[in-house]
Design a protein around this ligand. Structure first.
Ligand SMILES: *Cc1c(COP(=O)(O)O)cnc(C)c1O
Length: 422
């Protein structure tokens, strides 16, 4: 049992989200301010804005008022101090990595990763001399010895995608705090269901393209941060010496200038105003959708588990046959996101199954309002070797499914007719 047994109050978030997105007076929907540049009152104001002493927009690559509105809402939603909206989920993850890491650093990667994060770490960051070590979510011997050694950052996902393994989030957070090591959790699959910053994590990232937006209408990401402590913050550990100057100057908001000055300003992974507007429109209904979809995931899993013919199986931690069932019931009692997986045994059978679907949409997205499906080894993981696929839990007949808002009975019906046609 851990702190996350704080049950999510979906009603609380319904009220919070509609009222923080909408305004009571004047235009109710958020304003879209697409301007790339912003005029300064006078030379003194310009100086103040550049010194981060005057809180006004500088230039859209380092932020704009529409993004700022979104950042404030997501910070509240995550129980965080502040946030930075980015061009995509990968933009958020690469911003955090490039802000904190340099050649010679090592990172610890816990669990199976989304394909883009996996290649960022294994290919791109490795190309720049950042080494990594991977382990499974429950390999605490490896986690602790690696932390002891002094790695710079730990990265994990709240829920394995597509493996659906569930980590002991609180235990990992506590270890990272004990060893003064930054922990970034990708919470894309579980907004509202898991709030890692309230449990002691340092940084949460989301691909807002997914559940937050829900409408497949805006690519976006966001990184969310805790406040830096006045005294004894882990950022003051000697291994973070190259950000000490910013931490000492900026105090509790230091995560924001660290990411803006050391990554966003130079790499430009900034969100655009229209994308942020669309994400906010999606956020108004996030709580309704998360509650509904996570119930449907269970309904669909149970019904398919009963009714699938031999040779086709469904995997989700809500099923008593799942090795993660106990952790699901204790730590993710209201759901662990929109995903489940279906194993057809072979690629040929998986293709036949997918091609027989009538309602479900074939695409690489997740967290959409519609139910989506995709064969794994022929698409996202086609570049991955067998060892990597094994580690990530991706086998030949595996189909990832992301459940949407449709009637769960219609979703089940579609999967069953496809399975019976094999
Ligand atoms: C999609 C996804 C990402 C990347 O997000 P983009 O918005 O596509 O860049 C990162 N992490 C997870 C868990 C995702 O599902």
């Amino acid at each position: 049992m851990n702190n996350n047994t704080n049950i999510t109050d979906f009603d609380y978030f319904n009220t919070l989200l509609v009222h923080s997105v909408g305004s009571k007076v004047g235009p109710i929907a958020p304003s879209v301010i697409p301007s790339a540049a912003f005029g300064y009152q006078n030379a003194e104001e310009a100086e103040g804005i550049f010194a981060a002493e005057v809180n006004k927009p500088l230039y859209a690559r380092v932020g704009n008022p529409t993004n700022a509105k979104l950042e404030g809402i997501v910070a509240k939603m995550e129980g965080a101090f502040g946030a930075i909206a980015t061009s995509s989920g990968m933009g958020a993850i690469s911003m955090v990595c490039t802000a904190f890491l340099k050649t010679g650093d090592e990172i610890l990667c816990i669990g199976g990763f989304f394909g883009g994060t996996y290649s960022l770490v294994n290919e791109t960051l490795a190309r720049f001399g950042v080494t990594n070590t991977f382990c499974t979510v429950d390999d605490f011997a490896h986690i602790e010895s690696t932390l002891q050694k002094g790695v710079k950052m730990v990265i994990m996902e709240s829920v394995g995608n597509p493996s659906l393994t569930l980590p002991d989030v609180q235990r990992i957070i506590d270890l990272c705090n004990q060893y003064e090591t930054l922990l970034m959790i990708d919470n894309t699959a579980t907004p509202l269901l898991l709030r890692p910053l309230t449990m002691g994590a340092d940084i949460v990232v989301h691909s807002s393209t997914k559940n937050m937006s829900g409408h497949s209408a805006a690519l976006g990401g966001i990184a969310v941060f805790r406040a830096v402590k006045e005294e004894g913050d882990k950022l003051l550990n000697a291994k973070y010496a190259d950000v000490h100057k910013i931490v000492k100057k900026m105090g509790k908001k230091a995560f924001i200038p660290i990411c803006k000055k050391r990554a966003m300003r130079d790499f430009g992974m900034t969100a655009n105003a229209f994308g942020s507007f669309m994400t906010m429109v999606g956020l108004e209904t996030l709580s309704l959708r998360v509650e509904r979809i996570n119930k449907s995931v269970e309904t669909v899993s149970f019904l398919l588990d009963e009714a699938f013919p031999d040779g086709v199986s469904v995997n989700h931690p809500c099923l008593s046959s799942s090795p993660d069932n106990a952790r699901y019931r204790s730590d993710f009692a209201q759901g662990c996101g929109p995903l489940l997986s279906i194993d057809c045994g072979t690629k040929e059978r998986a293709f036949k199954f997918l091609n027989a679907l009538e309602l479900v949409i074939l695409t690489a997205n997740i967290g959409d309002n519609r139910t989506l499906a995709l064969h794994m080894t022929s698409t996202i993981y086609s570049d991955f070797n067998e060892d990597a696929r094994q580690f990530l839990g991706v086998h030949e007949g595996l189909i990832r499914v992301s459940i949407g808002l449709e009637d769960p009975k219609s979703i089940v019906e579609d999967f069953l007719q496809a399975a019976n046609a094999l």
